[in-house]
Design a protein around this ligand. Structure first.
Ligand code: HC0
Ligand code: SF4
Length: 572
């Protein structure tokens, strides 16, 4: 341990701490801008400057290791003035259309400007017009807002192992760009949106689709059905000031009904359906020498990653459509027929924690009878905007239930939103179907935030090896081990984002300062595991509405009709 003094307060910290981390232990929040814990610790922006006794120059706290007897000052007139100058320089090359910016009131730069009470910028602004790439279906970049912090570069390269973004040019011409300055849609970007989540300002945002959804709602000819992904309920409340990971399922449903959607269904229902289809597909592969390991295919960021980087594993992907696409297909077939509604007059909206789902819904193979399964995808953040536009008092809304037609779901469906959840849901059903270890309900071996998790489960007398990876960087590590023969598995869950959908690219923004001492992956996942415990049915195959769907319409899992509606293929 190391003892040091920060602003006259003595503290003892582990010797691998930085001054920034040490200050936290005595409740001193040194301001930061480029810093993002574990991802971008580079001391580039120089907002975290501190004075250290014995050093002539100011030091950057985020990369400065603690030393025995160190004496640090974090809050002097000199430091406040220097930080102001550093920020003024950043503002001189930042398009300051704050009032109409997507990140207005949620911008880490704006917050610092307010804190340091900057009233004027000494330097001339050389960035007054937007430089926008909005060609992709999911992610929009505005270079005129970029402050060169490097967070997006590092998350894309090191966490996701995609490497679309990097610094180019030198000096005043430095910018973050793609190779050859191409638009994102001309690169192997997987649209995971992790760069959006990392960005402290409005340089990266999702491609919004709110107006098209409002137009559908207001069209009396159109029957508008909305569905919500598992992870949305664990984060939407944050947009209304609730603590991270507060579960707001009932309020979310009430809000959607007030917004004017004709039906409010839950993607969890379709998650249960996915388990029926995917579970049986797995058994089929296992019993008939099919391609193994079978790998889940419900995360479109991961599917794109596989298509671009590991085409030799495409055969391993489950042929199941992702749950929200299955829901769209069921709404435009079974539900439409049952309720005598012309499917061409149905508009399906998915509320997702994910930006890649926007592009997924446009894939030409994800259609039924020439109609898209899903017509529009909005992120959790976009839903919050619609609620705010409607001036609903979200916090005062009384809880309401999903519409019963396609709104019942099991606890297994809920946990899909966290890493390991799809695997656990599948195992709950597989052990029941195969008659082994039927008492086992919670598979904690596949829970948690370790990058790659493994378990061995006895299914009908056979030891089945499963693995779970989250974040495409971890997925890549796992696939490399399989390729080289170091590891062998039967069944694998891969989610494109670290933590699974709860930390998808469309979830509410949390500042880097808050992320320093909270793991939002854990807090939001907890909300889902709590909802699982509250459910009457906790296994997908026990969902009475899913049983009825097979009895009335699909016959049995993987039937001809189920294949037509619920399965797909991939392309390299
Ligand atoms: Fe997910 Fe899903 S769990 S991908 O993360 O499988 O986005 O929440 O909706 O479709 O159900 C996202 C979340 C979903 C789908 C489900 C799956
Ligand atoms: Fe990289 Fe994902 Fe951002 Fe694309 S969306 S640039 S893959 S982090």
């Amino acid at each position: 341990m190391i003892t040091l003094t920060i602003d006259n307060v003595k503290t003892e910290v582990p010797k691998n701490y930085t001054v920034l981390e040490a200050a936290k232990t005595v409740n001193i929040d040194i301001p930061t801008l480029c810093y993002l814990k574990g991802i971008n610790e580079v001391g580039a922006c120089r907002v975290c400057l501190v004075e250290v006794q014995g050093f002539k120059s100011l030091q950057t706290a985020c990369v400065l290791p603690v030393q025995e007897g160190m004496v640090v000052r974090t809050n002097t007139q000199n430091l406040r003035q220097t930080r102001r100058e550093v920020l003024e320089l950043a503002l001189a090359s930042h398009n300051r259309d704050c009032l109409t910016c997507n990140r207005n009131t949620k911008c880490e730069l704006q917050n610092l400007v307010e804190e340091l009470d900057i009233k004027d910028v000494t330097f001339e602004n050389r960035m007054t017009t937007s430089i926008i790439d909005d060609k992709s279906e999911a992610v929009v970049r505005d270079k005129s807002k970029c402050i060169l912090c490097g967070r997006c570069v590092n998350v894309c390269r090191d966490v996701q192992k995609v490497g679309i973004l990097d610094f180019t040019n030198r000096g005043i011409k430095t910018e973050v760009s793609t190779a050859f300055n191409k638009n994102l849609n001309e690169t192997p970007c997987i649209y995971c949106g992790q760069c959006i989540v990392a960005c402290p300002v409005g340089a990266l945002t999702e491609k919004e689709d709110i107006d098209r959804v409002w137009a559908a709602i207001e069209d009396p000819e159109v029957h508008v059905v909305v569905q919500t992904a598992p992870a949305v309920r664990a984060a939407l409340g944050e947009e209304f000031g609730l603590p991270i990971g507060t579960r707001v399922t009932g309020k979310m449903v009430a809000a959607l009904k007030r917004l004017g959607f004709d039906k409010v269904f839950d993607t969890n229902y379709a998650a249960d359906l996915t388990i029926m289809e995917e579970g049986h597909e797995f058994l089929n592969r296992l019993e008939n020498n099919g391609t193994l390991p079978m790998i889940t295919s419900c995360s479109p960021g991961w599917v794109r990653y596989c298509e671009y980087n590991y085409p030799d594993f495409l055969e391993n992907l489950s042929t199941c459509k992702s749950p929200h696409q299955m829901m769209g297909a069921i709404v435009k077939s079974y539900y439409a027929e049952k309720n005598n509604i012309d499917p061409s007059k149905i508009f399906v909206v998915s509320i997702m924690p994910c930006t890649a789902k926007k592009a997924e819904s446009n894939r030409p193979e994800l259609q039924i009878h020439g109609l898209k399964d899903v017509d529009a995808v909005l992120t959790t953040r976009e839903l919050a905007k619609m609620i705010k536009q409607s001036r609903l008092n979200f916090l005062k809304l009384e809880d309401e239930n999903f519409d019963i037609d396609l709104g019942e779901y099991s606890g297994a469906g809920v946990i899909f939103g966290s890493t390991g959840g799809v695997m656990e849901a599948a195992l709950r059903t597989l052990v029941d179907v195969l008659g082994t270890d039927v008492e086992k309900l919670e598979f904690t071996e596949v829970r948690g935030i370790e990058g790659i998790k493994e378990a061995e489960i006895n299914l009908g007398g056979k030891d089945v090896k499963v693995a779970v990876a989250h974040g495409t960087g971890n997925a890549s590590n796992l696939l490399e081990m399989i390729r080289s023969g170091k590891k062998e598995y039967h069944f694998i869950e891969i989610m494109g984002c670290s933590g699974g959908c709860v930390t998808g690219g469309g979830q509410p923004h949390i500042s880097a300062q808050e992320k320093m001492d909270k793991d939002i992956r854990v807090l939001r996942a907890k909300a889902l595991y709590e909802e699982d415990q509250l459910k009457l049915f906790r296994k997908s195959h026990e969902n009475p509405l899913i049983k009825k769907l097979y009895e009335d319409y699909l016959d049995k899992p993987n039937s001809h009709k189920a294949h037509d509606l619920l399965h797909t293929h991939y392309s390299s």
